[in-house]
Design a protein around this ligand. Structure first.
Ligand SMILES: Nc1nc2c(c(=O)[nH]1)N[C@H]1C(S)=C(S)[C@@H](COP(=O)(O)OP(=O)(O)OC[C@H]3O[C@@H](n4cnc5c(=O)[nH]c(N)nc54)[C@H](O)[C@@H]3O)O[C@H]1N2
Ligand SMILES: Nc1nc2c(c(=O)[nH]1)N[C@H]1C(S)=C(S)[C@@H](COP(=O)(O)OP(=O)(O)OC[C@H]3O[C@@H](n4cnc5c(=O)[nH]c(N)nc54)[C@H](O)[C@@H]3O)O[C@H]1N2
Ligand code: SF4
Ligand SMILES: [Mo]
Length: 765
């Protein structure tokens, strides 16, 4: 067996951060990764099909494709190519591999090593007291899991975690099974991701989704890109922003880091982008302090109110505010109490910079605000996003062309999973529809989200953990606490495509249930199947794999969930699980009757490009209790670290997919050959008396007094905002306290961890 070795962590080289993204080098890097993982033939079979009408939906991010008919032959980005080759790899994890490595040995391997071993090929079990996983047949594996589930004192002792890789059909079946079994315990990656966006948008606009389409981005006069690194995490968003600029729009980027993709873009799909200098993207870059965005948008709102005072009737959209919103007066009173010294301290910006943005706002009719984890993973994530809604409502920038809210989603189908009912609390009309369709009463009590699921396992209230896609152990905060929680379970089971850390942190008994990926052909009793996904802009379309499955033993997620459900529930309630498994059209027929907006699902999704779910906001309809959009008054907060400390954000490198690093490089930031680095502003280093290049431990500070330490990080002087630092996730998850969560959304505050730097307690690994 070919073993993939780790490169030396101390092979680190640091060069100046890049000032632009994409272009030819990006394409070459993707192809190199693809050919390392798989054969030229498989590369061609998959890549030519990515994001084509009727092809494979890129398993990367949730950025939408252009309309059918307007696509390029290579409608994918460098990172999309890496994500798909990582799945289409020809490397295999076999029964022999598990015979060779004990679970203890696997626990000692890095996340990257585990992923590089290749695709999982057959179901494996770790029996009580055993050191090694051993093969188990599908029937026995599912019997074992079903027995443990049935033996629980209450269905709420089970947890069903999902990640946004899951397509709509298995997502719908999983929530159906969990609710028929009797629990709403459906924690998902959203809880750690865009939950703050959903919470803020539901409250203020009546729907937890973005309101814009690609055309709105193209047609906007002004686009804000806030708390987001699109050059790495949503690369084709740069093509959309380039189009905005071409049509005369402007872009304002707000970020503590001068990310390459925010500054300039060389479009690899255009000759001009390949040979030329590319497009300058951001017209203005605001290097904000972490957590300063609430203050920034409050200042912009104050400036708008004052401009309206000076020239009444010319700045605010008075008709829109009167007819379509509530809460304006209380909001305005509140904003008028915001003071500049507070704003400048919280943001680290100058008044002049903010006034220049204000001037751009006054000169723009259509404004779109885009954001991602730089806003949602802070204690004040929800109020920050509510303040952005205030900002847009003031000038009627919701529900008209070229304007609106754009939370840029992470996983390719994370939005669809929510639409299908993957959430620990779903609105009553959804549960009622399930009841009508399937003839059982879903549990009414809310279930557990991700953070509460960890607490429940820790406290012995949850005993069986089932993970469908994802890598719960590494995605979650407070790694040591999370690992202890999972080890306390009676059974942990994971439905996965590839090996990851969650398979090595086991309950008393553990199961690995290997499954088909997006790129694999899925053949069932009625023939070849396709599945469906919903992107960040509510476009629903098909995804169909073309490759021969990684092994003859793999089952699809739909098959695994349907068979498990039948074993656990028997024939009550009367749900035709066999039909669902045999023909996914029968699943979609049920979705059409349960989920609003999916009428005629099977017909409409087969049309080229699929269909867009309606967003009532774009018809001026707000499904809030008052029937109007809601202005909110949000308390002003500034995020400060105590003297001698820094605010650490945990983020993604260019070469990773969430918990899975592909290589040790982060090209745009000039970091190569190592991931245990911490980026700090040189002036802060001077103040702290720490040398650039020093080896340090990152030590977390939190009110529970527990010492959280991430050992042996190399300090890199880097132009980040003063007082802040950045290091990669998941290596730093050990530092994020379980109880440090965003108000209302309960999302871990992965972008504001208070740390100090101490001389390293051990040499580099
Ligand atoms: N290649 C690749 N693509 C991905 C992923 C991946 O891992 N790899 N993951 C996917 C997923 S699930 C998600 S959710 C998205 C994540 O997409 P992003 O949100 O772009 O991901 P992060 O790397 O977490 O980057 C957060 C950005 O916010 C900035 N930031 C941090 N704190 C603040 C703040 O207080 N204010 C402001 N204004 N900015 C701040 C950081 O400097 C950084 O640029 O990407 C998706 N796409
Ligand atoms: N500190 C810190 N923590 C974070 C974040 C952060 O910025 N900082 N970001 C958070 C965010 S935004 C997110 S979304 C979460 C991500 O958390 P998750 O979604 O749980 O993690 P992933 O790394 O995407 O999961 C990768 C695994 O998914 C499995 N997989 C891949 N494709 C498939 C498939 O088609 N089917 C099945 N069944 N399995 C598949 C593979 O086994 C792979 O190992 O992490 C969160 N955690
Ligand atoms: S932008 Fe996102 S969805 Fe599109 S090809 Fe790149 S990774 Fe895939
Ligand atoms: Mo995410």
């Amino acid at each position: 067996m070919r073993e993939i070795e780790e490169p030396d962590e101390d092979g680190l080289t640091v060069s100046a951060p890049r000032t632009g993204a994409a272009g030819v080098p990006a394409g070459a890097h993707a192809l190199k990764y693809a050919l390392e993982q798989t054969s030229p033939k498989r590369t061609a079979l998959t890549l030519l099909n990515v994001n084509q009408t009727g092809g494979i939906d890129c398993p990367g991010c949730a950025w939408p494709e252009p309309a059918a008919g307007k696509r390029h032959l290579n409608e994918y980005c460098e990172n999309g190519a890496k994500h798909i080759s990582d799945e289409a790899t020809t490397r295999r994890v076999t029964a022999g591999f598990f015979q060779r490595y004990s679970v203890a040995e696997l626990s000692g391997k890095s996340d990257r090593w585990l992923n590089q071993q290749g695709r999982l090929t057959e179901p494996m079990v770790l029996r009580d007291g055993a050191d090694h996983y051993e093969p188990i047949g599908w029937d026995d594996a599912l019997d074992l899991l079903a027995r443990e589930l049935r033996a629980l004192d209450h269905p709420d002792e089970a947890l069903f975690y999902t990640s946004g890789r899951l397509a709509n059909e298995p997502a719908f079946l999983l929530q159906l099974f969990a609710r028929a079994f009797g629990t709403n315990n459906l924690p998902d990656c959203s809880n750690m991701c865009h939950e703050s966006s959903g919470a803020a948008l539901n409250e203020t606009l009546g729907i937890g989704k973005g309101s814009v389409s690609l055309d709105d981005i193209h047609d906007a006069d002004l686009v804000f890109v806030v708390g987001q690194n699109p050059g790495t995490n949503h690369p084709r968003m740069l093509a959309a922003l380039e189009e905005t600029k071409r049509r005369g729009g402007q872009i304002v980027a707000v970020n503590p880091l001068p990310e390459a993709g925010l500054l300039r873009f060389k479009n690899p799909q255009k000759a001009r982008g390949v040979i030329g200098r590319g497009t300058d993207l951001a017209d203005q870059f605001l290097q904000i302090r972490p957590g300063g965005d609430l203050a920034l948008f409050q200042a912009l709102n104050l400036l708008l109110l004052e401009a309206e005072d000076r020239a009444p009737g010319t700045v605010l959209d008075r008709d829109f505010i009167r007819a379509r919103t509530t809460g304006f007066d209380a909001f305005a009173d509140h904003i008028r109490r915001v003071t500049w010294p507070e704003v400048l301290r919280a943001t680290g910006l100058s008044r002049d910079e903010i006034e220049r943005v204000h001037a751009r706002v006054l000169g723009s009719r259509g404004v779109v605000v885009c954001w991602a984890m730089g806003l949602t993973q802070h204690k004040h994530g929800v109020p920050t996003i509510r303040e952005i809604v205030n900002f847009l409502l003031l000038r009627g920038n919701i529900g008209r062309p070229g304007a609106g809210v754009c939370p840029v989603r992470g996983h390719s189908n994370v939005q669809g999973d929510r639409t299908m009912g993957i959430a620990e609390r779903m609105p009553k009309p959804f549960l009622d529809a399930l009841e009508r369709e399937f003839g059982f009463t879903p549990p009414a009590a809310p279930g557990l989200d991700s953070v509460n699921a960890i607490r429940a396992m820790r406290d012995g209230r949850a005993k069986v953990f089932v993970g469908v896609a994802g890598n719960f152990v590494r995605a979650s905060p407070d790694s040591d606490a999370t690992e202890r929680a999972l080890r306390g379970c009676r059974l942990t089971a994971h439905i996965s495509t590839k090996l990851n850390r969650s398979h090595t942190v086991c309950g008393r008994v553990a199961l690995i249930l290997p499954t088909l990926g997006r790129s694999d052909r899925d053949v069932q009793a009625s023939g070849e199947q396709f599945m469906t996904v919903e992107d960040s802009m509510s476009e629903v379309h098909t995804t169909r794999g073309r490759l021969d499955p990684a092994s003859g033993h793999l089952l699809s997620e739909v098959s695994i969930i349907s068979r498990l459900a039948r074993k656990v529930l028997g024939t009550r309630p009367d749900i035709p699980w066999e039909d669902f498994e045999a023909d996914y059209d029968t699943v979609r027929d049920r979705v059409a009757r349960v989920v609003a907006g999916f009428e005629d699902f099977n017909v409409r999704v087969r049309r080229p490009g699929g269909f867009r779910l309606p967003n009532p906001v774009n018809r001026g309809v707000f499904r809030t209790p008052s029937g109007k959009a809601v202005f909110t008054a949000n308390d002003f907060t500034a995020l400060r670290a105590p003297a001698g400390h820094l605010v650490l954000q945990t983020l993604r490198s260019h070469d990773q997919w969430n918990t899975v690093p592909y290589t040790m490089n982060d090209r745009y930031r000039g970091i190569e050959g190592g991931r245990r680095v911490v980026l700090v502003n040189p002036s802060d280093l001077a103040e702290l008396g720490v040398a650039d290049g020093a080896l340090v431990d990152l030590v977390g500070v939190w009110s529970d007094g527990v010492e959280r330490r991430a050992p042996a990080f190399r300090v890199v002087g880097y132009p980040t905002a003063r007082g802040s630092a950045a290091a990669y996730y998941p290596e730093t998850n050990v530092l994020v306290p379980l109880d440090s969560v965003a108000d209302i959304s309960n999302t871990p505050t992965s972008k504001s961890v208070i740390v100090r730097l101490e001389p390293a307690s051990r040499p580099p690994a």
